[in-house]
Design a protein around this ligand. Sequence first.
Ligand code: SF4
Length: 376
Amino acid sequence: MEQTLNQIFNLVTDPYTGIAAWKERLQKKVVGCMPMHLPEELVHAAGLQPVVLWRSNEPVTLGHAHVYTFNCGLTRSVVDDAVKGKLAVLDGIITYDLCLQARELPFIINRNAPPAYLETVYIPGPVTAPVYKDFLLENFRNLKASLEKFSGQTMTQDALRQSIALYNRQRGLLRQLYALRRQTPGLIRAKEMLAIVQSGMLMPKEEHIPLLENLIAELPKRTVSSGKKARVVLSGCMCQTPRFDLLDLIEEEGMAVIDDEIYVGGRYFFHDVAETGDPLEALAERYLNRTIPCPTKVDWTNHWGDYLVDWVGQQKAQGVVTLLVKFCPPHLCYYPDVKKRLANANIPEVMLEVEHEVVSLEQVRTRLQAFVEEIR
Ligand code: SF4
């Protein structure tokens, strides 16, 4: 198991080398997909290998000439990596227009470091009327045609169904791992869990599934320290992985993360895609109706704050740690209302800003110490 975890940490720490290695071995074209809503299954069914774009561990330098310093860490990091030539490991990139900062990416990348394939998908923000499903389906059909042209391979309905089944298999195994952590808080460190999820975004699902099976078999044998910890859940953190030292700090201060609904976490796999009916419609349906409420979507029938209140109750969590990506307008717009709803339900909550750059962890530690005193 330690070997599996090492393999996972190596990949998420240095995706460039890891992806280059399996790409060479599998001889497949690799397409980077912007988080959070692109249907990777479509890329896979076209005979290509999707990976989810990631935030690098390096400070942004050259990228600052091309992207605003008040963009979120992920978009700044992707631009920086692109202009430094580090994304040359990708044969293609797919972005979408769902938030303002992601919307700029294709123009900047196309102008400064164009890959062989660059596509933008238009995904509706509002989701409640039938017209949005038609619009989304039309854009998924356009993406399918564009991927077929790039790969030179026709995507059959059966191929798409098989890809959906493969992705659902991975989602199911990740849910099993999360269930293990809920049963035994502390069994899996928060950073381990997020590294496990992120590694699944950076390697073929066919190779990630056996790693997950190994972890599910071996992790229950681990010895867990018996000290009493406060049970908390993580919320938010759109698009990017939080810094691991921040997660360590939460645990060092006497909390056990029992669940999360962040993107590089539960949000990525919580809901399956239906395996019956038209597969393209099933992918559209998942985005429209089968995701955890997301601030990049406008859906007044399914409020994020209300969802959190119910979910926290189900998990019997003592508090919520909100991870808010600095300069992420969708989350910033929703946060005050979510905070109010949690407060109205007497659920303690603390918000930590997630930055790409180095932050003062000692200030964060002081806030976490105050929070843990409140919830114990
Ligand atoms: S949703 Fe937030 S984190 Fe994601 S790309 Fe947009 S601004 Fe960045």
